[in-house]
Design a protein around this ligand. Sequence first.
Ligand code: NAI
Length: 466
Amino acid sequence: MSFSFEGKVAIVTGAGGGLGFAYAKYLAEHGCNVIVNDLGGGTFGVDGKPSSKVADEAAQKINALGKGKAIADGHSVSEYKSAEMMVETAIKNWGRIDIIVNNAGIASTSVFPNVDKDEVELHLGVHVMGAVNTMRAAWPHMVKQKYGRIINTASDSILGFSPQISYPSMKSALIGLTRNVGLLGKEHNINVNVILPAAFTRLSALLPESDFRDHLEQDFQPEKLAPVISYLCHEKCDITREIFSVGGGKFSRVVLASSEAVPVDMTMESVENQMANLMTENTADLFLLKTTFDDLQNLGFSEEEYKLFYDMTATQDELEDIDAIKIDSVDNVWDITVKSPVGDQFSTLVMKSESGALKGHVLNEEHGSQTIIDGKIENGDTMVWKCKLTKPVPMTLTYTMQADKDQKIQGKVVGTLMGKSVMDCAVIGKPVQGDKAETAKAESAKQAELDSQKKPGILSKLFSKA
Ligand code: NAI
């Protein structure tokens, strides 16, 4: 089998029936061990008591195939604790979590403008928080494994289908969620894609009797989607942050595209003229919007400018010749100040060597102590340290430095944003003077103070395990 999932572990939510069951079964048939989640609710998410019966039966069917193993889970994805339990079950039984298919879903009834707030919240819980919860719970494991494949489930209805707005509004959120979490995943080999499925299930069976419904029933079996979803979950597939429409034995790539931005002056007449140009049916000149930067560039920001926006300038000295020494025995602390032009913030990078390891953290007055990532001392005299700044955007700073006999360090800091190098500068750091114990004490007091003022950003909130 050229596409095997032997040794891999998946969570498929809402897998008691319909599409979720088809995905879980196909993955298991290809050797994957699967947590089969389903709370056994009704199509509208409110009728019927949560029960693990549906998930149990689905898991039994999969186990009867004698391929990959299945374990049932009857919790609601709307609760973070449930997502944690699912991930824990995967880790306890199989030691890892590789794949998440966020498939659980419910239908809506309220028709705009009679929007029911409770219903909107129900949909927010199942569709949006359901996906956030499982991703959040699995994220640390996937980062550690340097591997993960995630599928979120939106819907064709986001393009304009029916005025039952709780459903398409929350499904739309999954596009933004996927494209942004996908950015974070890139450096960890965690791919995140989003699908717009079409299949005849109990959900779509709610559609009124019509030729459309008959066609769906005849040709759009849930099983037909499983190979596409499984391919996107396979390690051979490096596609991420994409949107696919899937159904009836076909699939297509759905994109966000833009026209060239056109200039207008301060008159509405100029807008009217340009609008006529923009709204033509000729789409040949549209280009793909892959990230926010593509759009910013279209509005007139130069690559240099938007680079600079997120750029950071390190305090620099003239680099002098330095005779590198073996630093595996050095035990010292260095402070380097990095200034961000955004909000005029300064961060202090504190690095400490201990034998062959390098530890450190970033102290930022506004955002407190940020991610600590260990580095290593390579070749005895070069240290490499990666540190992630979560504000204003996740940015990885990689330091490659050498220490001289006075333990001054010099080298390069390279800043990487979304896989692209946005900063490359030389720095020199002097060791913090004074008694080492005093230094360590002062450092930890400073960190404790900053920790207490810590205001985590939305991304760090979503992915912190707190
Ligand atoms: P389905 O109703 O057969 O399956 C959904 C499953 O999710 C059910 O088994 C249900 O018990 C489970 N579920 C609901 N809330 C849950 C929760 N809080 N926690 C755990 N499980 C929960 O429907 P279908 O068609 O298989 O839908 C699968 C996904 O595809 C859904 O997200 C749906 O919105 C989406 N979708 C389906 C389309 C279709 O043509 N069938 C079209 C567009 C999107």
